[in-house]
Design a protein around this ligand. Structure first.
Ligand code: SF4
Length: 118
């Protein structure tokens, strides 16, 4: 990809990639944070095909970690992100998760985050 856009690496690719991946510019370049659950990763790649984690599960030891991390992220950052119209659909999906399941998702996300800091 970078080879194709060789004449635009510095002024397009670098700021765009950083803006999309970090949302550090607060939405100047990207209109929403570039985060996703496993369903998007699965749709856009073939990584999940042979992965031992279950793409569809949000909780449990076999559940893909990206699912719990994604929903936990949305839940934790809701106050900040709710002002972005493109996030509305994601928040309506978040609201459909039963409270007990959301609590389990958050618990699993905390465990994953904690273990990644070791
Ligand atoms: S960890 Fe999740 S997103 Fe990554 S390959 Fe496995 S199932 Fe797919």
């Amino acid at each position: 990809m970078l080879g194709i856009y060789i004449d635009a690496i510095q002024w397009v690719e670098m700021p765009n990639t950083r803006g999309m991946s970090q949302f550090a510019d607060g939405g100047l370049l990207a209109t929403k944070p570039y985060v996703s659950s496993d369903s998007y990763i699965n749709k856009m790649s073939n990584y999940c095909r042979e992965c031992p984690y279950d793409v569809k599960k949000r909780i449990g030891d076999e559940a893909c970690p990206f699912n719990s991390l994604y929903w936990n992220f949305l839940s934790e950052k809701r106050e900040y992100l709710k002002q972005i119209p493109r996030m509305n659909m994601m928040f309506s999906l978040l609201d459909k998760i039963p409270p007990k399941e959301l609590a389990e998702i958050k618990s699993r996300a905390k465990t994953i985050i904690k273990s990644s800091k070791k």
